[in-house]
Design a binder for this molecule. Structure first.
Ligand code: NAP
Length: 307
């Protein structure tokens, strides 16, 4: 993977006089936020949406409403598509493919890695410079580089040419030319988030059995989880080397910890649905003779699921 490149709005705030014309197709809650950020950054912004009335607020702020997707595409040097899903995006893009050559196409509709690669292949066939993106933010955070993160993969030419405009949306990270990577990284980050939340919910349920409120628990959980994230780079090193040799906190040690959590949870009468799969992953590695290795070896059980 090409080294990740991150930019933010402050470094690349464009001068309105130089701002390139942009087009936003799809004005759901996310498309409206994106078009609003381009407008606020001084870009001539043309918009199109299946339901035209959703453009009203943007038009009142200076956006131009196109009557057809073709008219919208012709107005923008960067054409951003942010409709519901791949089928909706492709339905709009197929008839205007000929008009997209020579412009940058950025699809911010959520795509699976396979869909992103298929869209990339379609774009290459049509001679369209294509950049795919994944938005790690809700619409209200768009325009705030501290809180909105956008991942991009695909054409480096589109990314480089339009990085000032993209920086208006949030902090940009370019992940290289394989379009699937934005979606893959997004999914990896979301998987990490959901597992963390589920662990937190388990903890809150456990302490709740003795009358501790979730609020009290959170006051301790936040600094604890923050401190634990400092161990992630070390775990990444084990994983990237593929060598899990350690002399601290082995899998056997962690097995004791997980068994303890499950035992206490059962004792307190709460479920173990969150913790049991983790214990099972540890057990599989210990049973396979890797008890002395680092906890990071769990990734081997995830990469090679039980038959
Ligand atoms: P949304 O508010 O539900 O809006 C959906 C948009 O897609 C509307 O503009 C809708 O047009 C359009 N659309 C749906 N089917 C269509 C079709 N067949 N032909 C033409 N247009 C069609 O969704 P959103 O929140 O803006 O999300 C847009 C994309 O951003 C999604 O892929 C989503 O996963 C991604 N995203 C959203 C968030 C978020 O927090 N909202 C975060 C990250 C990523 P009409 O107005 O005419 O119905």
């Amino acid at each position: 993977m090409r080294k990740m490149e991150t930019t933010n709005m402050n470094e690349y705030a464009p001068q309105p006089a130089e701002a390139t014309p942009v087009t936003v197709i799809g004005l759901g809650s996310m498309g409206q936020a994106i078009a609003g950020a381009f407008l606020a950054g001084g870009h001539p912004t043309t918009v199109w949406n299946r339901t035209a009335s959703k453009a009203d607020a943007l038009v009142s702020k200076g956006a131009t409403l196109a009557t057809t997707p073709a008219e919208a595409v012709e107005a923008g040097e960067l054409v951003v598509v942010c409709v519901l899903d791949r089928d909706a995006a492709q339905e709009i893009l197929n008839p205007v493919a000929g008009l997209l050559a020579g412009r940058g196409l950025l699809v911010l509709t959520s795509l699976s890695p396979t869909e992103a690669n298929e869209t990339s292949a379609w774009a290459a066939q049509e001679n369209i410079a294509f950049l795919g993106g994944a938005i790690m933010a809700t619409p209200d955070l768009i325009g705030n580089p501290e809180e909105a993160s956008l991942l991009y993969a695909g054409s480096s030419t589109v990314f480089e040419k339009h990085k000032a405009a993209l920086a208006l949306l949030g902090t940009s990270t370019y992940l290289g030319d394989v379009a699937a990577r934005a979606s893959l990284l997004e999914t990896g980050l979301l998987a990490s988030m959901y597992s963390m939340f589920a662990g937190f919910f388990h903890g809150a349920a456990l302490v709740g059995t003795q009358g501790v409120t979730a609020e009290e628990f959170t006051a301790l959980a936040v600094p604890w989880l923050k401190a634990m994230t400092t161990f992630l780079p070390g775990q990444a090193e084990f994983i990237d080397k593929g060598d899990y040799t350690t002399d601290v906190q082995s899998l056997a040690f962690n097995k004791g910890g997980l068994d303890h959590i499950i035992h206490i949870s059962e004792d307190q009468g709460i479920g173990t649905d969150v913790m049991k799969p983790i214990a099972e992953l540890i057990d599989r590695q210990v049973e396979a003779g890797h008890g002395d290795d680092s906890l990071a070896r769990l990734i081997e059980g995830i990469k090679n699921p039980k038959a």
